[in-house]
Design a protein around this ligand. Structure first.
Ligand code: 5AD
Ligand code: FES
Length: 346
């Protein structure tokens, strides 16, 4: 399909394109400048120059799963495992609150130590101490009942990337013990329960094609998530995918902009993975339509251990240093960090 600048205008107007147009737009860098400009305009219409911060607390790197791309997969015998206690997590939240965070994201591998009871106790503990804060969970696939229990304990949001919406592609990224069908069901369950729900995918994962990316966009149109997390796939040396190349910065930024135009209201993070493949990756993500950043609040002692991919940034500094550096970076890009719970504006 031949494509012109008018396709970007059509995307702005209709929040949609045909498969052929999406493919052509994904393949060319010709309109990136205009695409990013339009995405930034739409982002400013909905969120102004505000950037929401989320304090990411990586509660455990134990995981029962074996995703072929992920550094904390069960089969990685080189990973040094850790889990945080409730007290550890509450002190991360305390430091975070002092620094201006009003959302805490508890992320971890699928660690059976964290039973429903343990998770609910931690969630209600944070909500009791910080009733003006949102708690986001990112703990993988659970039953409807488990998700409901966490919600009733006070969890507000849940992040679960679908990773790829194409069945065949999904089975090339995951062992047979995991299925796209269950992953999608989890996402619909989360929405039904009432969570602000986030999905997303990696850009440039092994075996991904423009066609599978378009399926990702179509799936997101069906799900209508409140949050969409995307970042480049980054090789991890101790995984079966160690010989695959990392995803590209340009394609990731192009997708950030396309997602902003398809979902004007969405909470769209400029991810740590973007900051890892390019020193100014997160700033570029913001300028392409992202409006959220998720700095690390985990204790310094474990940051290096939560390695989904190689060369992850911000694994050494104190939380306070990190937020100062991030404030400067966000301002240099033309935006400002706000102290706000940062709910979706829908
Ligand atoms: N590169 C980039 N992102 C990764 N994730 C897991 N492994 C990698 C990797 N090697 C992403 C997945 C997961 C999220 C928490 O991190 O998309 O959902
Ligand atoms: Fe972490 Fe800069 S954002 S050190």
């Amino acid at each position: 399909t031949e494509i012109s600048k008018a396709a970007v205008d059509a995307l702005v107007k209709n929040k949609n394109l045909t498969d052929g147009e999406f493919k052509a737009l994904l393949q060319t860098g010709e309109f990136d400048g205009y695409l990013f400009e339009c995405a930034d305009k739409v982002r400013r219409e909905h969120y102004g120059d505000e950037v929401y911060i989320r304090g990411l607390i990586e509660i455990s790197n134990y995981c029962k799963n074996n995703c072929y791309y992920c550094g904390i997969r069960a089969g990685n015998g080189n990973a040094e495992r850790y889990r945080l206690t409730k007290d550890d997590i509450l002190s991360c939240a305390k430091e975070g609150y002092r620094l201006g965070f009003r959302t805490f994201v508890l992320q971890g591998g699928e660690d059976m130590f964290f039973t429903d009871e343990v998770i609910c106790d931690i969630v209600s503990g944070i909500k009791k101490e910080y009733p003006d804060c949102a708690v986001t969970l990112s703990l993988g696939e659970k039953s409807f009942d488990s998700y409901k229990k966490y919600y009733d304990a006070g969890a507000d949001r849940y992040l679960l990337r679908h990773e790829t919406a194409n069945n065949e592609h999904y089975s090339k990224l995951h062992p047979e013990s995991m299925s796209l069908e269950n992953r999608k069901q989890c996402l619909y369950n989360l929405k039904k329960i009432g969570y602000q729900t986030g999905s997303g995918f990696m850009v440039g994962s092994p075996y991904q094609t423009y066609e599978t990316l378009i399926e990702d966009l179509r799936f997101l149109q069906d799900l209508k998530p409140d949050m969409i997390g995307i970042g480049p796939y980054i090789t991890h040396k101790d995984t079966p995918f160690k010989n695959f190349e990392s995803g590209s910065l340009c394609l990731t930024l192009r997708l950030v902009a396309i997602l902003r135009l398809m979902f004007p209201y969405v909470l769209l993070p400029s991810t740590t993975a973007l900051g890892t493949i390019h020193p100014q990756g997160r700033e570029m993500g913001l300028k392409a339509g992202a409006n959220v950043v998720m700095p690390n609040l985990s204790p310094t002692s474990v940051r290096k251990l939560y390695t989904l991919y190689d060369n992850k940034i911000c694994t050494g500094d104190e939380a306070a240093q990190c937020i100062e550096c991030l404030k400067r970076r966000v301002e240099s890009a033309g935006y400002r960090i706000v102290t706000d719970v940062g709910n979706v504006k829908k």
